[in-house]
Ligand binder design. Structure first.
Ligand SMILES: Nc1ncnc2c1ncn2[C@@H]1O[C@H](COP(=O)(O)OP(=O)(O)OP(=O)(O)O)[C@@H](O)[C@H]1O
Ligand code: SF4
Ligand SMILES: [Mg+2]
Length: 322
């Protein structure tokens, strides 16, 4: 029997109204995340990863679709139900520096969600301080930084505050939006290890957004590749690295640097025109850059199809080219 899903997203759309027309940032996206697992969401800048993460948390109100958390569609929730749900669903940002209040100390930042949610009263000073110190221990932030301000800390330590703040309410689901992209490579590994340890110890479920496939290779259970608001490939992480099916995924994988200089990789350089996400025409959105494109790829949308067991891709020529 498969694992139970914590999150089920169905036909989710998020369109932004712009002066030029409707910008289809997220266009009919469906996926599941099983309890305790990680879904990696990848794709280049502007493909809709952050908008998707925010729409799932209702930080951006979706245009249409369903977001089922524990089987219940949270898009029908009122204000008080959403406030309660915030304890379960949290966000870790790319750059905690911009999301942390520069005038708040480490202790005040970590305490904030706890007092907003009413878990502790501000006057419960002793209990709140104890909890803050526990959270600092949990994320490996030395106690000597308890009264430091964000600008006094390096990127890795700031991201540890971001993680502590997200975990303070003991959530079950976290959208991690490029949590290590702003960090030095040596610190990236430390933060990724910490996130994996926390996932194991706390039974967390992650939606891990990144433009860099190599970051999620060892972290994700499943991967969803997005292109201009749509999903072009969705499968187990092992399937994706062993046999990518979509031409866009192949190009993304070919761009990952290989550590061994003797191994020659054929890097696929994408040429051609990136189509506009504003009022897009029906058809494959990748057609302008795809070397396999034919007239049949244009004119009507290409559905995500299960080409191999559990391996979905949106390419009508998949059988011919793979
Ligand atoms: N508030 C907004 N109003 C209008 N358009 C928006 C808004 N937020 C995002 N967009 C547009 O939606 C599309 C998706 O943006 P999004 O930030 O989700 O992409 P992303 O994949 O997270 O990119 P990056 O890797 O650069 O973070 C882009 O075309 C972007 O310009
Ligand atoms: S549907 Fe056509 S244009 Fe799109 S990826 Fe497949 S071959 Fe390329
Ligand atoms: Mg983003």
């Amino acid at each position: 029997m498969g694992k139970e899903n914590l999150l089920e997203v169905r036909h989710l759309k998020k369109y932004f109204s712009t002066a030029a027309g409707q910008l289809h940032a997220v266009d009919d996206v469906s996926f599941d995340i099983a309890k305790g697992e990680t879904l990696g969401v990848v794709g280049e800048s502007g493909c809709g990863k952050s908008t998707l993460g925010r729409a799932v948390l209702r930080l951006h109100e979706p245009t249409s679709g369903e977001v089922l958390f524990d089987g219940k569609n949270i898009l029908s929730y009122g204000k008080s139900e959403m406030k309660a749900l915030k304890r379960d669903m949290q966000l870790i940002f790319q750059d905690p520096f911009s999301s942390l209040n520069p005038r708040m100390t480490v202790s005040q930042s970590i305490a904030l969600p706890l007092t907003i949610q009413g878990v502790y009263k501000k006057k419960d000073n002793e209990a709140l301080n104890k909890k803050v110190r526990e959270m600092m221990d949990l994320v490996g932030l030395a106690q000597r930084f308890v009264n430091s301000y964000p600008h006094e800390l390096d990127g890795g330590r700031r991201q540890r505050i971001g993680i502590a703040r997200a975990l303070a309410l003991n959530p079950r689901f976290i959208v991690c939006d490029e949590p290590v992209s702003a960090l030095d490579v040596s610190i990236q590994a430390q933060i990724l290890n910490l996130m994996q340890d926390l996932q194991r110890d706390m039974g967390l479920t992650y939606m891990f957004i990144t433009h860099d496939l190599s970051v999620v290779k060892h972290l994700a259970d499943k991967i969803m590749v997005m292109y201009l608001g749509m999903v072009v490939e969705y499968c187990d992480v092992k399937q994706l690295f062993a046999k990518p099916l979509h031409p866009y995924t192949k190009a993304l994988l070919s761009a990952i640097p290989v550590p061994d200089p003797d191994v020659e990789m054929d890097r696929i350089i994408l040429k051609g025109e990136i189509s506009s996400p504003i009022d897009p025409k029906p058809g494959c959105r990748f057609a302008g850059r795809c070397i396999y494109a034919t007239d049949a790829c244009r004119g009507k949308d290409i559905p995500l199809t299960e080409e191999e067991p559990g391996h979905f891709t949106a390419c009508i020529r998949s059988k011919e080219i793979n």
